[in-house]
Design a binder for this molecule. Structure first.
Ligand code: HEM
Length: 492
């Protein structure tokens, strides 16, 4: 044994006893069967069987990093959130990027929205902004989300993603036309997580100290510049380096090249909402910048890699319902559904104490609840009373709601989202198409046609419905797409 070896700590079992032999199972004689008294063998095999937790039902594949958010503008006229209270104020953050449809081991360089889930560890609790790299989404009502995701994931019979299912659903859900146009354009495959924007996507509420409220949309503009992959490049990269995005992020931070984003908000006074030309709570629509110009409010820098991917990325949890005083939800029906769905997923996927793990718990304050116990409870509350009201000096409510009440009207019912003066499912898809350069239009048509052409030969009706939505967005868009699809289907 060398001196170096002598300095090394002893390997132990989970209960801390020294391990005598980590190479050979104990057997009954030389060459005989294994003995039940070899508990090291059982401990290792049993733990190994339990190493995985259920992967996220969407956004399973991802990478994360810690960082810092710095306020660069005075926004106290709009929100009383403490972490936004002063120019120069800094807040620790954790950001998890992801793709949506692929399983945990899927390739990064695919055409899919990217998740942009950001946790601000504020002094008033954690604020989670769980967004994407796209300002809009495919649907506008949470009740459609499980169906939508089923079409993106594996078919119950074939076990693969099927063009029939994807285009059937999108064709029958015309509100998806805007997001689909976005996704099949150049930004549909970012070159890396560093080279894309992030968006809160939904409209959220800000409330100032005086109790006035505003509607806001968040934009995170990459300071690295937008860079995308063409479909062919992405196909090659997905095969050669499935972890391309994850590796790029980690290596950039290791090199000290900390990626940054300029944070902007669009702010709508509450009184504007009812008469605005688009329903401001419709997730399939943007607010054109001419209507509500983005205002710069801060900068986000990612500067520290997690040490342990399982503990800090796989077990990280983000919930759109994690608000802080001065920030709240809007009546967007998608957002309302998400307020329930995430914490429920966390309880299933990570467990009832998920919020107490180091990556998830507040870092700039502490959680003071009467919630207790459950699997893997760490006993942090000691002897403290676990009920309220109590007369033992336990924590008490503030009496001040985090956000403003909003007026409601009418009867309960399964109402469609209200339609404003210029709302339809196609208008903003058409505007986006016409904003694309001729070259981008050509790539968009080729990308869409390549996928639509894969629909089964005997389901021309699915193809027709899909193309019709794009035709309604813009006649030229529809005509070119129809021709391209027809050409490709002839060659099949
Ligand atoms: C009603 C619609 C939606 C529902 C029900 C829903 C539900 C979920 C669920 C259950 C998860 C997995 C959470 C976990 O296991 O930790 C998830 C992840 C995620 N969702 Fe959604 N989602 C919806 C729409 C959206 C929208 C519109 C966006 C973006 C604007 C979005 C962004 C994300 C992101 C970024 C993640 C990954 C979070 C992480 O990194 O842990 N989702 N979603």
């Amino acid at each position: 044994m060398t001196t170096q070896d002598e300095l090394r700590p002893t390997l132990t079992t989970e209960s801390g006893a020294p391990v005598a032999d980590n190479q050979n199972t104990e057997t009954a004689g030389i060459g005989g069967p294994a003995l039940i008294q070899d508990q090291l063998l059982f401990e290792k095999l049993a733990r190994f069987n339990r190493e995985r937790i259920p992967e996220r039902v969407v956004h399973a594949r991802g990478a994360g990093a810690y960082g810092t958010f710095t306020v660069t503008a005075d926004v106290t006229a709009y929100t009383r959130a403490a972490f936004l209270s002063e120019v120069g104020k800094q807040t620790e953050t954790f950001l998890r990027f992801s793709t949506v449809a692929g399983n945990l081991g899927a390739a990064d360089a695919v055409r899919d929205p990217r998740g942009f889930a950001l946790k601000f560890y504020t002094e008033e609790g954690n604020y989670d902004l769980v967004g994407n790299n796209t300002p809009v989404f495919f649907i506008k009502d949470a009740v459609k989300f499980p169906d939508f995701i089923h079409t993106q994931k594996r078919d119950p019979y074939t076990g693969s993603q099927e063009a029939d299912n994807v285009w059937d659903f999108w064709g029958l859900s015309p509100e998806s036309t805007h997001q689909v146009t976005w996704l099949f354009g150049d930004r549909g495959i970012p070159a890396s997580y560093r080279h894309m924007n992030g968006y809160g996507s939904h409209t959220y509420q800000w409330q100032n100290e005086a109790g006035e409220h505003f509607w806001v949309k968040y934009h995170f503009k990459t300071d690295q510049g937008i860079r995308n992959l063409a479909q062919g490049e992405a196909n090659r990269l997905a095969g050669e380096d499935p972890d391309s995005h994850q590796r790029d992020l980690r290596e950039a931070i290791e090199r000290g090249e900390f990626p940054t984003w300029t944070v902007q908000v669009q702010i709508m006074p509450a009184a504007d909402a009812a008469a605005y030309r688009f329903n401001p709570f419709d997730l399939t629509k943007v607010w054109p910048h001419a209507d509500y110009p983005p205002i710069e409010i801060g900068t986000l820098e990612l500067n520290r890699n997690p040490d342990n991917v399982f503990a800090e990325v796989e077990q990280s949890v983000f919930s759109p319902a994690h608000f802080v005083p001065g920030i709240g939800p809007s009546p967007d029906k998608m957002l309302q559904g998400r307020l329930f769905a995430y914490a429920d997923a966390h309880r299933y996927r990570v467990g009832i104490n998920a919020d107490h793990l180091p990556v998830n718990r507040p870092h700039a304050t502490e959680a003071r609840t009467n919630g207790r116990d459950g699997h893997l409870y760490d006993g942090r509350h000691g002897r403290q009373k676990n009920y309220e009201p109590n007369s033992f000096g336990g924590p008490v409510q503030t009496g001040r709601p985090l956000w403003s009440a909003v007026p409601v009207n009418g009867l309960t019912g399964n109402h469609a989202a209200p339609v404003h003066a210029e709302d339809d499912d196609f208008v903003q898809a058409g505007t986006l198409y016409r904003l694309f350069s001729e070259e981008e239009k050509q790539r968009l048509i080729a990308n869409l046609a390549g996928f639509i052409a894969k629909v089964s030969a005997d389901r021309e009706d699915i193809v027709e419905r899909a193309v019709e939505n794009f035709r309604r967005a813009d006649a030229d868009y529809g005509r070119r797409l129809e021709e391209a699809v027809r050409e490709l289907r002839k060659q099949r």
